[in-house]
Design a protein around this ligand. Structure first.
Ligand SMILES: [Zn+2]
Ligand SMILES: [Zn+2]
Length: 315
């Protein structure tokens, strides 16, 4: 089960009931936090989300409304006597380094009793179990380029699902039942067959084709763009920049490198996403629901995000 909660849904300026951009994805009690705008901690508390078990903070870009919550969160983790490292990943501009990007945030956080591990988001993505062994081996974090005013990316969090265990193949190969779960979890096994000969078996010999897993997409700030549509292909949930409600604001959205409700809906439709949550609302939009029809006209599954909106996704 993967739990997703939008923590903050405001763009640029926070409102009393809308904190700045942040979203948390939790699996088996460990979390990846996407962006951490001002007010993230307060909003998380308000909506009963525990951020102390965050292993990775994934930043879409370094605008203040997406990062000003980080120093406070790191200090709270320190006060909670955290010892486990925290990875902070994000995009890096050509010739730059992740250390340069994160310097202001890390300076403000001050001395911490746990390690911060800044990591330029690798193009090949991250297998989360390679950072922390508690994560399932098929949990991944991938990024894709977005079209914002600064170097930026969006993220795909995915949990793969192996194929069915083929009992007849396992029996045929003579694999002892005690080793079946090892094969099911994707590792090879060695054992002695009936004649006492050493035999090894690879998981692909006893598993059917991979099954559909869970895919969650967080756009960050972006214009309507092809790479977001491609990355969102068949996503179970797309959380999408929806800064502007009205179709009349399409030019403004282009100018400021954001999206309208219609464009978010179009992205979900073109990509075949199952659910669409609109987020990152302009402070001028008091009631995003008033514009929801614009997204619904493109994608019938569109929903307005709000701070604390949550869903549990299962295979
Ligand atoms: Zn923003
Ligand atoms: Zn921005």
């Amino acid at each position: 089960m993967v739990d997703v909660t939008l923590i903050g849904t405001a763009g640029a300026v926070p409102l009393p009931e809308r904190a700045l951009s942040s979203c948390v994805v939790t699996l088996n009690g460990r979390s990846v936090l996407f962006d951490c705008g001002e007010g993230t901690q307060t909003a998380a508390r308000k909506h009963d989300v525990n951020l102390m078990r965050t292993d990775v903070i994934a930043l879409t870009h370094y605008h203040g409304d997406h990062i000003f919550g980080i120093p406070g969160l790191l200090q709270s983790m320190n006060l909670a006597e955290r010892k486990r490292p925290v990875y902070i990943v994000g995009p890096v501009r050509a010739g730059g380094t992740i250390f340069q990007e994160l310097a202001p945030v890390l300076t403000l956080a001050g001395n911490l009793d746990f390690e911060i591990r800044p990591l330029a988001m690798p193009a090949e993505g991250i297998v989360l179990s390679e950072l922390f062994p508690e994560w399932p081996s098929l949990a991944r974090l991938d990024c894709f380029p977005t079209d914002h005013r600064v170097t930026s990316c969006g993220y795909v969090f995915s949990l793969g699902r192996r194929g069915r265990f083929l009992v007849d193949k396992a029996l045929e190969a003579g694999a002892p039942k005690v080793l079946w779960h090892v094969l099911q979890e994707g590792s090879a096994v060695t054992f002695k067959d009936a004649d006492g000969n050493a035999r090894s078996l690879r998981p692909e010999e006893v598993l059917g084709p991979d099954r559909k897993g869970i895919k969650i997409v967080f756009s960050g700030d972006t214009r309507f763009c092809g790479s977001l549509c491609d990355a969102s292909k068949d996503a179970d949930l797309l959380m999408c920049d929806s800064t502007y409600g009205s179709d009349d604001q399409e030019e403004t959205a282009y100018e400021y490198c954001h999206m309208t409700f219609s464009q978010a809906g179009r992205t979900a439709r073109l990509s075949g996403a199952k659910r669409l949550w609109l987020t990152h609302f302009s402070q001028r939009m008091n009631a995003p629901e008033e514009f929801l029809d614009n997204a619904l006209a493109e994608f019938p599954g569109a929903e307005c995000g709000f701070d604390g909106k949550t869903v549990s996704l299962d295979f």
